[in-house]
Design a protein around this ligand. Structure first.
Ligand SMILES: [Zn+2]
Length: 401
């Protein structure tokens, strides 16, 4: 009897050998934060499909959909709006949280976001299993699979067509499968494109429409501030950073790094869902809330971009992630000499990559010193100068009113 041997391959995330056809391309840095556009260093084929999707939901999405990362994105992307083409740009919406008060309708969860000009956007989504605490919009798997993903009410805070269109476009891209309604104002753009429909109050089919709209109107008419409960999970980034460090280690050396002491340790931290247990493992580094944000930190940040740096110092090899607002999270990759000694000198100076989601652009690798020289205006780096061309002076935007 002939024995057919299926070729096996090592998965760096679960550390198991699996049939070669059960692997898929993993974007180490998430796509929604610009990972698609980074060079091949940030992509690997050594992750099995199961790990790829599990890590995507429980580790990457927990980071991306956290309150803090949602705010980082909101702050960073306005500078890349094209003032001549509002419909070509969408800006991330600022996540505010669950309203305290307002209509309580069985099976529905209202969440408030802010759009351009302080426009209120209420997304009423189906209620999922609420163990997804700390995930903006709830269970990310359900959102992508569900045919109907709720309804969106936009109460425009501007009559300016530029901002109205940018707001429509942003909401449409953010809530792809939801029905979108404008509760006031413009529903068509200057070029006649219809983005959403004004609600015909007489013909409102679902009574829940009226209750949400009346509540939004009453709250804003009274000029009182809405009261909200954001969902904040404080340990949203630890597993994500450990995952990045493990994958980067395997890219720098080879997949065998996954079996080293450092690799095994990082995997243990990345796969541990229980925060208390994970804390007891003694993972070093700086998380989001412990990160400083001095003027120099802001100087080192790239506007609207995520700056990823690998640096090999006397203390060991580390990965740092600098947010668009300048916060810097750091995680050690390894201090095992058998690895760190093999790296070339450029890593001692720090090698950086920048992912700019708003521009669909990835830059790097660039040496840190060259990056700083560019920022100081001493030495122009072409790739950086190219991205800078798209930075818009916010004073050129039309007024909201
Ligand atoms: Zn795996």
């Amino acid at each position: 009897m002939a024995v057919h041997m299926t070729k096996q391959k090592y998965c760096i995330y679960c550390s198991e050998d699996k049939p070669i056809d059960s692997f898929s391309r993993e974007h180490i840095w998430p796509d929604s934060l610009g990972g698609d556009y980074l060079d091949s260093f940030w992509q690997t084929d050594s992750v099995c499909r199961t790990c790829n999707s599990t890590a995507g939901v429980f580790v990457d999405a927990k980071f991306i959909k956290s309150f803090f990362v949602a705010s980082e994105r909101w702050n960073g992307e306005y500078i890349y709006i094209d003032p001549n083409s509002p419909s070509s740009t969408s800006v991330p919406l600022a996540y505010i949280g669950h309203p305290l008060g307002g209509p309580k309708i069985e099976g529905e969860v209202p969440e408030l976001y802010l759009g351009p000009c302080g426009t209120q956007i209420l997304h009423v989504r189906p209620k999922y299993d609420e163990t997804w605490f700390g995930y903006v919009s709830g269970d990310p798997r359900k959102q992508s699979k569900q045919k109907w993903a709720g309804k969106v009410y936009i109460t425009l805070n501007t009559t300016n067509p530029f901002w109205a269109e940018t707001t429509f476009e942003s909401a449409r891209r953010r809530f792809k499968k939801s029905d979108i309604f404008i509760t006031n104002g413009i529903t068509q753009t200057a070029n006649g494109k219809t983005y959403a429909y004004a609600l015909d109050r007489e013909a409102v089919e679902h009574s829940s429409h009226t209750s949400y709209i009346e509540w939004m109107e009453n709250e804003s008419l009274r000029g009182e501030s809405f009261h909200f409960q954001p969902e904040i999970s404080l340990n949203f980034e630890i597993r994500f950073l450990a995952k990045l460090a493990l994958a980067v280690g395997c890219q720098l050396f080879d997949d065998g790094f996954g079996l080293s002491d450092s690799g095994v340790f990082l995997r243990k931290c990345f796969r541990e869902a229980n925060y208390e247990k994970q804390k007891s493992y003694g993972l070093k580094g700086t998380g989001y809330l412990g990160a400083k944000s001095t003027d120099f930190d802001k100087f080192l940040a790239w506007p609207g971009g995520w700056k990823l740096m690998v640096i090999n110092s006397a203390a060991g090899l580390a990965l740092s992630v600098r947010t668009p607002n300048g916060k810097c999270m750091t995680i050690p990759i390894t201090n095992e000499k058998k690895y760190t000694q093999t790296l070339d000198k450029s890593y001692e100076n720090g090698l950086i990559w920048i992912a700019i989601p708003a521009l669909k652009l990835g830059i790097g690798p660039i040496e840190l010193a060259d990056y700083i020289a560019h920022k100081q205006g001493h030495l122009v780096q072409e790739a950086l100068a190219e991205a800078e061309k798209y930075i818009v002076d916010e004073s050129s935007f039309p007024p909201c009113a």
